[in-house]
Design a protein around this ligand. Structure first.
Ligand SMILES: Nc1nc2c(c(=O)[nH]1)N[C@H]1C(S)=C(S)[C@@H](COP(=O)(O)O)O[C@H]1N2
Ligand SMILES: [Mo]
Length: 572
């Protein structure tokens, strides 16, 4: 017997240890899941951002710009998903390890949850010092996680213990503890094949110790599985409710919350011929659902239009606050403006064009009475992002708007509902604050906005850019006559000419579509004849000041990319 025991210790422990590991992992994962699910629900009810998002925001805010750029270039606009998944994986991974440890030392499990909660509260308060209530969902999550952990640990012990007791009876003092049962259980299996003929006769007694579905283990195992399933279902339901509630509750940023009045001076419809209708070419007007999205917000802020206000203050004579009802009562104007992101790479798609509806920003500033030395309009969004815009640009007569609509409808939540800024000719990061709630007149010398703090330019007019949409990169076309087409932009200067060349040949002037003004992109099209084989097309634009887009490739940092877009295609 001692011999058997020794031998089976050596060879039979792994399966039982593995079972402990599996059970502990399940306990840990489900406890973390219960925290996250209930925190999600609590934050939906409290209408605050879920704690994981707050942690993500803290990570984003404190990521060095170089790393941030790397992440953006690696993952593009999927960077948010990658970050949140990364946080979830870390939480669950740590949770799994804690669960295994907690089987023996429950205190470690609870301490781990407490550390998570403390980190969550710190992350929330870092951003929302003004709203300490935002930490409540974290506490709810921590409490739910601790309850789940207590429940799961109890039933896990029930699962792992009975065999121990059974074995303790056969093997000696209970002090042998958890080590004994597996040895005892595994003996019958080990002997099974040797005793084959007699197995049924003697096996009856021995199978009582079999790991599953032996009577000693059955109820414990079932109890654990049921508890685990219950916890999983409850946290899944809480999480799903937390996800669905914000949109179901409505009122919190639904587009229907705003009934848009018509413009006081409606703009003429787009002239015919702005859209050449070439298959594969970006449409002149970008539908809201296709409009690129760039921001630092990990969840789209849901701002209730009826509770929205904008404060205009700082270096002004008459600070004031305006709500949506008053704003919609002011004369609204329309403007066709192509928005572009400074992070757009040559050939990239971070630009979109639409007809905006809003009230002139300059009128709001005149109402406030801006001091002569206030050279910066520092705007802040509902979620705390800041943006610095040169005052003189907004005041120079261009269609700088506090916009409430795009494409004939209220702004969508991702594009800044219920109100955002749009300034033709400036990259979005220095002009286009979404969910804007605060405008402070200040000086560039005194205050730095979000991206300026991270090394990006302070003044950033949009650089002249052109793009080939047709043929698509690495596309295949028939040889002979080939259509080349794309868009070009030089907002608030206007595009005068677009030229293309194939395989380093002579530059050929493209035909330009019509435009409603100088603040939008323009479609261009050209035809050429190519032999079968691989070809390269390049494009360059010239603005109304006669400046041609330079060929030198420059990175987006700090004030926008330059270079000619080049597309390779095959004619067959
Ligand atoms: N609140 C807020 N507004 C923001 C940003 C942001 O991160 N937060 N990003 C800006 C940047 S960099 C760009 S390019 C434009 C993009 O606007 P869009 O997402 O509607 O296309 O929004 C600007 N407004
Ligand atoms: Mo941007």
């Amino acid at each position: 017997m001692p011999h058997v025991t020794t031998e089976t210790r050596g060879t039979r422990n792994p399966p039982r240890d593995r079972r402990r590991t599996v059970v502990g992992t399940v306990v840990g994962l489900l406890s973390v899941g219960a925290s996250l699910g209930s925190a999600e629900l609590a934050s939906a009810l409290a209408r605050t951002a879920p704690p994981v998002i707050a942690v993500g925001d803290a990570v984003v805010d404190n990521t060095p710009p170089a790393l941030m750029e790397l992440a953006i270039s690696l993952f593009g606009t999927a960077d948010k998903v990658v970050l949140l998944s990364g946080i979830a994986v870390v939480l669950l991974g740590v949770g799994a390890v804690l669960g295994v440890v907690a089987l023996r030392r429950p205190a470690v499990g609870y301490a781990g949850l407490a550390v998570f909660a403390a980190a969550g509260i710190a992350a929330v308060l870092l951003r929302r010092a003004d709203e300490p209530g935002a930490a409540i969902p974290v506490l709810v999550g921590a409490a739910a996680g601790a309850s789940a952990l207590a429940l799961l640990l109890r039933s896990a012990r029930g699962y792992l213990r009975p065999a121990a007791e059974a074995a303790a009876g056969a093997d000696g003092p209970t002090g042998a503890g958890p080590q004994a049962p597996a040895d005892a259980q595994d003996v019958p299996d080990a002997q099974g094949s040797q005793d084959a003929p007699d197995a049924h006769g003697t096996g009856g007694a021995q199978t009582a110790h079999a790991p599953e579905p032996g009577p000693a283990q059955g109820p414990g195992r079932r109890g654990f599985v049921l508890t685990a399933a219950g916890v999983l279902a409850a946290s899944g339901t809480a999480g799903a409710l937390g996800r669905l509630l914000p949109s179901a509750l409505g009122g919190t940023g639904g587009r229907s919350a705003i009934a848009l009045p018509a413009a006081a001076e409606p703009l003429a419809p787009l002239p015919s011929g702005t859209d050449l209708g070439v298959p594969g070419l970006s449409p002149f007007s970008t539908p809201a659902e296709d409009f690129y999205r760039i921001d630092t917000a990990l969840t789209v802020p849901r701002v209730d239009a009826s509770r929205w206000t904008l404060r205009v203050h700082g270096m002004v004579d008459r600070p004031f606050e305006i709500d949506m009802e008053e704003l919609l009562g002011l004369p609204l104007v329309e403007a066709d403006i192509t928005l572009a992101c400074v992070s757009n790479q040559v050939g990239g798609d971070l630009a979109g064009n639409t007809r905006w509806l809003g009230h002139p920003l300059a009128d709001l500033l005149r109402r406030a009475g801006v001091h002569a030395d206030a050279d910066q309009i520092l705007s802040t969004s509902h979620d705390g992002w800041t943006c610095g815009t040169p005052t003189e640009v907004v005041m120079d007569g261009r269609d700088a708007l506090l916009a409430v609509g795009m494409g004939g409808e209220a702004l969508t939540p991702v594009h800044g509902h219920p109100a955002r800024m749009v300034v033709p000719g400036l990259y979005g990061f220095v002009s286009a604050t979404k969910w804007v709630t605060d405008i402070e007149l200040t000086r560039f010398a005194d205050e730095q906005a979000y991206w300026a703090q991270r090394g990006w330019a302070v003044r950033a007019p949009i650089k002249t850019m052109s793009r080939v949409d047709v043929p698509a990169p690495l596309g295949r076309v028939g040889s002979g006559e080939v259509v080349l087409a794309g868009v070009a932009w030089a907002q608030h200067r206007g595009v005068d000419a677009v030229e293309v060349r194939v395989d380093d040949g002579a530059w050929q002037t493209a035909e330009l579509a019509r435009v409603p003004g100088i603040d939008t992109w323009v479609q261009w099209v050209a035809e050429t004849v190519v032999d079968p084989g691989r070809h390269t097309v390049e494009v360059r634009a010239t603005d109304s000041a006669g400046r041609t887009q330079p060929p030198e490739r420059v990175d987006p940092v700090p004030n926008g990319a330059t270079g000619w877009h080049r597309v390779r295609f095959t004619a067959e």
